[in-house]
Design a protein around this ligand. Structure first.
Ligand SMILES: Nc1nc2c(ncn2[C@@H]2O[C@H](COP(=O)(O)OP(=O)(O)OP(=O)(O)O)[C@@H](O)[C@H]2O)c(=O)[nH]1
Length: 792
């Protein structure tokens, strides 16, 4: 049931689009802010509240029940004169970081929301790093809370996130000392006071700042403006010229428009981050934030170019048409970044169109799977409501619908089509047909749980439900334990699996039982296999060997890896094709089956074999390379399946022939960062090095966090920046403000960190901040493999 019908002009004015993501630490207020944006943009009639479970973007039952965002939600609205914002609200919890990663792949700019009391938190740093290269705005939220520190947060943004800032507005309090009531913001660029009425979300008043009426406030704005202008003067030559010539070096004479243009130029270049503040829950500061999104973040023609697999296809930007691939503006290129199954509307695949336009009913080519298909209906999203459209143009985020769409396009696939012809795919050359936007990296799953049907009769529905959740969330992974026959679901964290269980049981109605959540183990090879050859009566022949990635990388397996084409599969496993021995060069491929399909089939074989697991404990293989040394295939081969079957048989044979002594077990090794008061240091280290078997990498001594985290350059930027006093900080007890903390960086096996948060809370009375990140897979010591074997 699609709603409304939106007709868009072809290439409808690219400069108006802002594909924007909202990223932050958990609970910073992303959903609350998004809700206000939708309201003020006229998309909703009332503001939902996370705490009442009635927000637009957190629409899943699990999100509403738990008050957290689990999946990213896309919504579109207009703002200001001709701005069209495609907004993606992303989850803050680390277990859902794949949702953040896939959103970052398709956005051109983002808003980072910070809690003014907590300032820069661990997940803020993580998502900031993930979004490297994407222009950003910072919104310091929750300025209404006791202990909110605008200037302290700005200082941490500069030093911890290592960026220069452009402070666009500062907080306005009703009282400058104790228990300050947050009322609004002071616009530094336009010299205005904006005050919101707490009782009425639609009312706010704008006043000029008059020096004779309020000299203190005027002084404050002058200081901030001077600092802003000096910062812009250091990085922007056009601005300097204007400042010296037109504004006659008078800080108050510089026109707001010149300041805004300089901020825009430098935000897009990633040399500066505009900073604004507010309190979303109190409806304060949202309109200036929306203005800033449209004013400072890039439109699709100003954004970074997508990374492609094939440098042979030139891409350029054209003012009118946006991205142009291969000098041919008739090519439409889009990336599928998300699949969801809506209970009412069925399957929906989210796409970002990079060039040209996709039309209802046209024929498209999936360059990832090398298959052609016809598009069904197109739509754009308003949170969970699709609105039908005839065309999705360059720069837009759209939705492909139709009951079989998910069989044809998956997350990370590139699709291309002809802009004008209904079926113009055959007019594209081979380079374009193999063009792919680099896929979205899927983090490795580190936790697993067995899933079993309650009765044998529930098995088929369980498999169908599992396929569906993996289709929607490729960071979940289903495998089979070859020894026990059990189905295993793996994910990025305990919460990730708990949500998956909830969804399977309560949303999809699967009658299943989950086993205990355990760490995901893998196996790898320690020695290379021999090269083995297999052939069949149809004329196929393959010569393949399987080697550990470590040996392949160091060329210790006897082959020069520069002589191979290498493709990344799952679990850090690779397929490598030896160039010299390929009978027919890929450039002059003469078979009816495209070369890409051929490689795709070989990759599918390798993935299936590696997933069958090693010979020690049947854990899926990790960090192995299947090398195809040589092949012969019949001249009339058309079916990828024939290639797949034979190569899979051969790889299975090879893996089975390798003695179990050549396999070893791997486990996830995690980076741990703990920020805790110094008085707990001894107990924390004792616990880490004892019970957790952790290696301590460093303990940072300095009491000033910003001094540790930021290098000298950024500390200097922070010192040069004028920062207004933080009145609400004065209401804290003096003892609360003195943070004598240490930062512990350590590394430990994940299996020793189960429920570590609880231990940390009890050791530090809840005063520590923890961040745990996947580092790598590490070999499990021999004696501990026996423990794992016995299930201890
Ligand atoms: N005092 C105060 N509380 C706020 C403000 N904005 C949000 N909150 C509260 O902070 C909590 C988290 O808000 P959310 O909007 O769910 O935060 P989020 O960043 O979307 O959370 P996740 O997506 O789960 O990471 C809720 O209880 C909100 O009511 C604010 O401006 N002031």
């Amino acid at each position: 049931m699609l709603k409304l019908r939106i007709f868009l002009r072809p290439y409808s004015n690219l400069s108006k689009f802002r594909n924007t993501g909202i990223i932050a630490h958990i609970d910073a207020g992303k959903t609350t802010t998004t809700e206000r944006m939708l309201y003020y943009a006229g998309k909703t009639k009332r503001m939902g509240n996370v705490d009442h479970g009635d927000t637009v973007t957190d629409f899943l039952p699990q999100e509403r029940a738990r008050g957290i965002t689990i999946q990213s939600a896309t919504t579109t609205f207009n703002w200001g004169k001709g701005g069209c914002v495609n907004l993606i609200d992303t989850p803050g919890h680390a277990d859902f970081s794949f949702e953040v990663m896939r959103s970052l792949k398709v956005i051109d700019g983002c808003v980072t929301i910070l809690d003014a009391v907590a300032a820069v938190e661990s997940q803020t740093e993580k998502v900031w790093k993930l979004s490297k290269g994407i222009p950003k705005i910072c919104f310091i939220n929750k300025m209404d809370r006791v202990g909110a520190g605008f200037s302290r947060t700005v200082k941490e943004i500069i030093t911890k996130l290592q960026t220069r800032v452009a402070i666009c507005n500062i907080p306005l309090f009703s009282n400058t000392t104790q228990d300050a009531g947050f009322q609004g913001v002071i616009d530094i660029i336009n010299d205005k006071i904006i005050k919101w009425e707490s009782e009425n979300p639609d009312k706010y008043a704008v006043h000029d700042i008059v020096q004779s009426v309020d000299p203190t406030l005027y002084e404050e704005v002058l200081n901030c403006r001077t600092s802003l202008i000096e910062t812009l003067g250091e990085i922007d030559e056009i601005f300097v010229e204007h400042f010296l010539e037109e504004a006659e070096a008078d800080y108050m004479k510089v026109s707001p428009i010149e300041i805004m243009q300089a901020i825009r130029r430098n935000t897009i270049k990633n040399t500066i981050v505009p900073v604004l503040c507010g309190a979303s829950l109190k409806n304060i500061g949202i309109q200036p934030l929306l203005d800033a999104i449209v004013s400072y973040l890039p439109n699709p023609t100003e954004a970074r170019l997508p990374e492609l697999n094939n440098s042979a296809v030139p891409i350029t930007y054209d003012e009118k048409n946006g991205l142009v691939f291969d000098h041919n503006n008739n090519i439409c290129v889009a990336l599928a970044f998300k699949v969801i199954t809506d209970t009412i509307r069925g399957l929906m695949v989210f796409i970002r169109v990079y060039s040209g336009q996709l039309r209802n009913g046209c024929t498209v080519y999936n360059t990832t799977t090398q298959t052609k298909f016809k598009l069904g209906k197109l739509a754009i999203m308003n949170a969970n409501v699709p609105e039908e459209t005839d065309v999705v143009s360059a720069g837009q985020i759209g939705v492909l619908t139709g009951s079989t769409i998910a069989e044809k396009v998956a997350t990370g696939d590139t699709i291309i089509s002809h802009n004008t012809k209904k079926d113009g795919v055959k007019s594209f050359n081979k380079n374009v047909l193999s063009l792919k936007i680099n896929p979205i990296r899927i983090p490795p799953p580190v936790f697993s749980a067995t899933v079993e049907p309650k009765t044998l009769g529930n098995k088929d529905s369980m498999d169908a439900a599992l396929s569906r959740i993996v289709l929607e969330d490729p960071s979940l992974h289903v495998s089979k334990d070859m020894e026990t026959g059990e189905t295993v679901l793996s994910g990025l964290g305990e919460l990730h699996l708990a949500i998956a269980e909830d969804k399977l049981v309560n949303q999809l109605g699967a009658e299943v039982r989950f086993g205990k959540t355990t760490v995901t183990f893998k196996e790898t090879l320690t020695y290379p296999s021999d090269v083995q050859t297999i052939s069949n009566e149809l004329g196929f022949q393959f010569s393949i060997s399987i080697v550990p990635l470590e040996l392949y990388r160091t060329n210790k397996h006897g082959l020069d890896s520069s002589q191979t084409d290498i493709y990344l599969g799952m679990d850090n496993n690779y397929l490598s094709i030896l160039k010299n021995n390929i009978p027919i060069n890929a450039e002059k491929w003469l078979f009816p089956l495209p070369y890409e399909s051929f490689v795709h089939s070989l990759m599918a074989s390798a993935i299936a074999c590696f997933q069958r697991g090693g010979r020690l404990l049947n854990f899926p293989l990790h960090s192995c390379v299947a090398i195809v040394h040589d092949w012969e295939i019949p001249v009339d081969v058309t079916k990828p399946n024939e290639v797949l079957n034979l190569s899979r048989n051969l790889m299975n044979q090879i893996l089975t022939a390798i003695p179990s002594s050549s396999y070893t077990v791997l486990e996830p090794l995690m980076n741990i960062k703990i920020i805790a008061p110094t008085k707990y240091l001894g107990s924390l280290i004792q616990d880490l090095t004892g019970a957790r078997n952790a290696t301590i990498l460093s303990v940072q001594e300095n009491q000033d966090l910003s001094a540790i985290e930021g290098n000298i350059k950024y500390r200097n930027f922070a010192d040069e920046q004028y920062l207004p006093p933080d009145p609400t900080m004065a209401s804290l007890n003096a003892s609360d403000q003195i943070v004598d903390v240490k930062i512990i960086n350590a590394r430990a096996p994940l299996r020793n960190l189960m429920a570590y948060n609880k231990t940390l809370r009890s050791i530090t009375q809840g005063t520590a901040e923890l961040s745990i990140d996947y580092h790598d897979m590490e070999k499990v010591p021999e004696e501990q493999v026996q423990m794992i074997l016995s299930g201890a």
